[in-house]
Design a protein around this ligand. Structure first.
Ligand SMILES: Nc1ncnc2c1ncn2[C@@H]1O[C@H](COP(=O)(O)OP(=O)(O)O)[C@@H](O)[C@H]1O
Ligand SMILES: [Mg+2]
Length: 238
């Protein structure tokens, strides 16, 4: 289990995360929902352990081991991975090499991953992961790399951003696939179709967990209240 205990994080004297506790049990699908700017990506970066996201207070536990002070590399080795909202681009590396990163990997496995994200292997295996790939194509390559990585915990930050709306079914399919392979998913999203696929969700507002529970209930509250909220990031009592 991955667990956050009273996490606080501030940047340039801005309190961004104000005491958050969350639990992610194995092989479940979790949603982190909320409007723009409430702190969702920051929570993802804190779990992944990005260097700029050292917490000011609180602890992160993986199977009861304190991982709060571990680097991103150490956490990656323990099976935590992040699908970036805006993946980086590289020059001079093919999709095939990017996906294998010099590890010996069965070509069939790579092709299966590309097919799962709706990229035709014949067209994409030898394309370069550079600026000529569209944002959506680049995101799909990143999604394929997460499939091949088979992480224990995968944080997906807005998996549909940059991808056309027709691809929502593909993303939901990849979520199902990963769950069946034993990955615990932590899905950051403000898209209801994706949040509804989660089993348990945390609604974030103003750097706090405002509400948590069964995803359908959280989505219902979010639709009714947060969509039309005139005071985003000034959380009141639920
Ligand atoms: N480097 C930074 N310095 C100061 N404020 C930041 C920084 N990065 C993010 N923030 C602020 O932290 C808040 C949460 O950001 P973020 O986690 O990206 O929100 P979300 O992913 O929910 O849209 C926002 O108000 C944002 O402006
Ligand atoms: Mg974000």
């Amino acid at each position: 289990m991955l667990r956050l205990e009273n996490i606080k994080y501030s940047k340039n004297s801005n309190d961004i995360i104000k005491g958050i506790s969350m639990k992610f049990e194995e092989e479940k699908v979790y949603g982190i929902v909320g409007n723009n700017g409430v702190g969702k990506s920051t929570i993802g970066y804190i779990i992944m352990g990005l260097s700029d996201y050292t917490v000011n207070d609180g602890k992160i536990f993986l199977d009861d081991n304190d991982i709060t002070d571990l680097s991103i590399t150490e956490r990656a080795k323990k099976g935590i991975a992040l699908l970036w909202q805006e993946p980086a681009r590289f020059e001079g590396i093919t999709v095939k090499n990017y996906l294998t990163l010099n590890k010996k990997m069965n070509i069939k496995e790579i092709e299966e991953a590309l097919n799962l994200v709706n990229l035709d292997p014949d067209k994409y295996l030898n394309r370069l992961v550079d600026k000529k790939l569209s944002g959506g194509e680049r995101k799909k390559v990143e999604l394929a790399s997460c499939i091949l990585l088979k992480p224990k915990y995968l944080i997906m930050d807005e998996p549909d951003s940059g991808i056309d709306i027709m691809s929502l079914d593909m993303i939901v399919g990849v979520m199902d696939y990963l769950k069946n392979k034993g990955t615990t998913l932590i899905v950051i999203t403000h898209r209801k179709e994706i949040a509804r696929k989660c089993e348990y969700s945390y609604l974030i507002c103003a750097g706090k967990v405002f509400l948590e529970g069964e995803s359908n209930k959280i989505v219902e509250y979010y639709e009714k209240t947060c969509d039309t909220c005139g005071h985003i990031n000034y959380a009141e009592e639920a």
